[in-house]
Design a protein around this ligand. Sequence first.
Ligand code: ADP
Length: 692
Amino acid sequence: MESQSKTSPPRYTDVVFDHLPIATALFDAQDLRLLTANARFHDLLDPAWRDGRAIGHLLSTFMPGWFPQTEVPALLAIFHRAAQTGTPYRKEDQALVVSGGETTYWNWTLDPIYDQEGQVTQLLLTGSEVTAHVLARQQAEEVHAWRSREHHTDEVELSRLEVIESVGRRVRETLDTRNVSMAAVEAILAHFDPLYVYTHIADPLHSVLRLLHIRPVPEKLALRTIQRVPYDGPYPMATAYRQRDPIIIDDLQTGVSRDAREHYRLVSDEGHGYVCVPLWFGEQFEGTLSAIFKDPISPNGPEVQALVGSGTHLAAALAHARLHSAVENERTRLRTILDQLPEGVVIVEADNGHISYANTAASSILGIPVAQLIGTPLNQYPLTHLVTTPGGQPVLPWNFAVIHALSGETISGQETMVIRPDGSHVLLLSSAAPLRLESGVVTGASIVFQDITARKSLEEHKNEFLSVASHELRTPVTAIMGFAELLQEQAVQGQSLGPSELRAITGMSEQSQFLSRLIEEMLDMSRLDYAYFSLHLAPHDLLKTLLLVVEGASSTTRKHRLRLSLEGLQPTDTLPGHFDEARMRQTLHNLISNAIKYSPAGGEIEVGLQQTQEQPNEVLIWVKDSGIGIAADELPQIFERFRRASNSDRSISGLGLGLYLAKEVVTRHHGHIWAESTEGSGSTFYIRLPLK
Ligand code: ADP
């Protein structure tokens, strides 16, 4: 301390000043001469100016070695401005390259110092080094930038996967080709913003690609150009098919020739990026997926990858949809065939015994609606072992055959019986077979049956007819033979003809006529069977025909009185019509002779004819008796062949053919024949006949 007091007092401020971590320097405000500076400041200068050599020198002389030459004028201007205006100046993170090329960063300030008159006399420069902060910040920024770059890549990758995943998910939701395509297009639209996305479906039969779906829908003209693309045409969809690889064009404006561009774009001057992915599922070409983008694309861009990735899902889904629809079509075809079969078809599942299919014919034969049949367990239908036909014959119930088939047996041509819910009986001819897997396991059974009730009853009637016919034919023949023998005896005895011989001759004649009528009816029936039955239409007087028949019939009976009832006509009138006179006579004769036959007690028979002014081209004819009549439940079948009502006495001869033939004749004249009757009190037969 003492020695210190002897020498000049230590300049502590200088010590502090020199060791400050802040560089500081004082300049003369007039000429920017360096007045003083600390060591930290000197170290920043060019080596030639260090160690205090810059003191007393103008800033402009040592500044060029200190700051980059280009920045010097601007910096000098800052100093001058501060000196002149007295405005302090602050600068952050100024880069400073010191010799050796090392860059340091500084925050520096320039503060004016005033004298008592308020004049700026000096400028104080202070600078603190912030290199470490700046570098740390720069590093942090770089890391951040790298991170956000990575994040972006992750996001793009994620979005690409999302599109593919979303297409995959959505196309699996449907089995309809159009919906599959729509789902894929919508999924792509939801993630990217393409100008157009569209799909084409392959039509290998016609070697064309057909537009399936497009979003958004372009103008009609543009749409028409891509609606149908031949496999060998110039469109990129066809090229993609031929080369089996996606077509990717970064920018249509530069990547394809002006002429070819029209095949890629939908609307002129629009579209840059283009992708067309051929959709192959194994060796099967399903179609194409195309997109046009507003901006150029990169071949490895997310859009391209997403479309290619989605294409795989779309191809698989379209293939499934196609197979599904082929199977469906096949099934529909089969169903249509089965539904139109006149035979009933029923399929029964082996595992639960439920009916899984029944066609319309099955439903109408069994008398149960299809909807009710399907899903019903077979055992719901009573399976009593034997049922009997109305004729008393035992037959198996209809489901018997199918139950055997379920146990693996094949049954063919089995007569079975259905008792319908309404109680009616239907006789069936059934065949049933098991349905097996390739392994031989029985999965179900099918039964095919046809209604043979009518055939059966026809057969029965035919048999009955044969016995009736032989009896009917034998009766007149026996009578004729008897009469002939009588005459022969008389002739042998050389006697002349007496009253009994004359009766015999009349009897022979009558019986021969009757025989001939029976034979004629039988012939007519076989003519109808073989379509040899024809009408000889010609103009005739219907009234005259009717009068002749009535007159002829009157002479055959004494017990009955035939009364003619004409409405709207006189017996002397004519009633011109166009008809087969012989057939019409036969028909009218049949109705009148039936009225006589089936009124064994005799009585009046009314034969009527009516022509009204309202229907001048039509007549109504009726034959009314008061005989045995016909039971109500038999009346509807009375016009069928071999049908004879149960109340008719077997002694009343007949083959059950007359009304059948009458109906054929009237129907072929476009007329209508029907009967009204009350059992026990008589019948009326009507014919409505057009005259032309
Ligand atoms: P058939 O030769 O037996 O008379 P048809 O075909 O002319 O044959 O008549 C069929 C059946 O209709 C007859 O067997 C009879 O039972 C009934 N029938 C026809 N006409 C009459 C009638 N006028 N009155 C009662 N029953 C009739």
